[in-house]
Design a protein around this ligand. Structure first.
Ligand SMILES: Cc1cc2nc3c(=O)[nH]c(=O)nc-3n(C[C@H](O)[C@H](O)[C@H](O)COP(=O)(O)OP(=O)(O)OC[C@H]3O[C@@H](n4cnc5c(N)ncnc54)[C@H](O)[C@@H]3O)c2cc1C
Length: 254
């Protein structure tokens, strides 16, 4: 059996791979175990594009998204790759459709951006039509530090840099259990066992939805976890970190 790694990451989507990227930067020996294949368009992280935006209705979430934007920029600077299209994102409204502008997503998210001190522009109808002649709207609220993520560029760049950082990625490996072994963790898969000092379970929040609270509670009893909760659009999302794992690397902004 190979010597213990510092970190096993379960799930080779953008979250798992960025966790590996940041951990490897700090000198950790990292193994990613992916059930399917990296880059499968059936997973959330792959396809052509995703938007990155800060225009949420929760100030904390907007600031978290902006922190992700900063990390994307750092990633581009370090890898020499261009993965973001910085075109901004604009919410628009028409009085004939929504007479009460104060209740529109455009207006409410604009107020959050202002409160968070993030860059935003207010456009009245004339300004919208002058700058964007193809739009017919009476109000525009521009989230300036926004745009789209070029997913193939992200996937390709991550594959390159994770290889350079010595991160081992194993595809087609299904994890069935995690057991404690003294100070170590034993990750049991259909491709054998992996011993590690720490574990990041990226897919658990999805399993959590499918398998319910009971499994989450059992896992948390087994392994004291640092839990980060993010609330967005009325939904809680969970990120669990076990062991001494750097908690950076969240690059998706939705
Ligand atoms: C259609 C769609 C549109 C979206 N649009 C946006 C957007 O515009 N902007 C934005 O910021 N976000 C958007 N999101 C959300 C964003 O894509 C996700 O939040 C992000 O990609 C999640 O990344 P992830 O790595 O956690 O998940 P995934 O990419 O799903 O990765 C999880 C990985 O874990 C693997 N896995 C699962 N179970 C196991 C197991 N037992 N063992 C090992 N591996 C396992 C899976 O095969 C998968 O590769 C969108 C999502 C979808 C689906």
């Amino acid at each position: 059996m190979s010597p213990p790694s510092d970190l096993v990451v379960l799930g080779g989507g953008v979250m798992g791979r960025f966790t590996a990227y940041h951990a490897a930067e700090r000198g950790a020996r990292v193994v990613i175990l992916e059930r399917g294949r990296v880059g499968d368009p059936m997973t959330a992280s792959y396809g052509r594009t995703r938007s990155f935006r800060n225009d949420y209705l929760d100030t904390g979430y907007a600031l978290l998204a902006h922190e992700a934007f900063r990390l994307w920029g750092e990633f581009e600077a370090r890898t020499g790759a261009e993965v973001l299209v910085r075109c901004g994102a604009m919410n628009i409204a028409r009085r004939s459709v929504t007479p009460d502008f104060a209740g529109t997503y455009a207006e409410m998210s604009h107020a959050v951006l202002q409160e968070a001190g993030l860059e935003t522009q207010s456009l009245d109808g004339d300004e919208v039509r002058r700058r964007f002649p193809f739009l017919d709207a009476d109000l525009g609220r521009l989230d300036v530090d926004a745009g789209v993520v070029n997913l193939p560029a992200v996937t390709e760049t991550l594959t390159r840099v994770l290889g350079e950082r010595g991160v081992q990625t194993l595809e087609g490996v299904e994890t069935t259990a995690v057991e404690r072994d003294g100070d170590l963790l034993r990750v049991i898969t259909d491709g054998g066992e992996f011993v590690t000092r720490s574990l990041v379970d990226i897919w658990l929040r999805q399993s959590h939805v499918h398998l319910g609270h009971e499994r989450l509670r059992r896992l948390e009893q087994l392994f004291p976890a640092h839990r980060v909760q993010v609330r967005s659009a009325g939904l809680w999302r969970y990120y669990l970190f076990w062991g001494d794992v750097p908690s950076q690397g969240a690059n998706a902004s939705q």
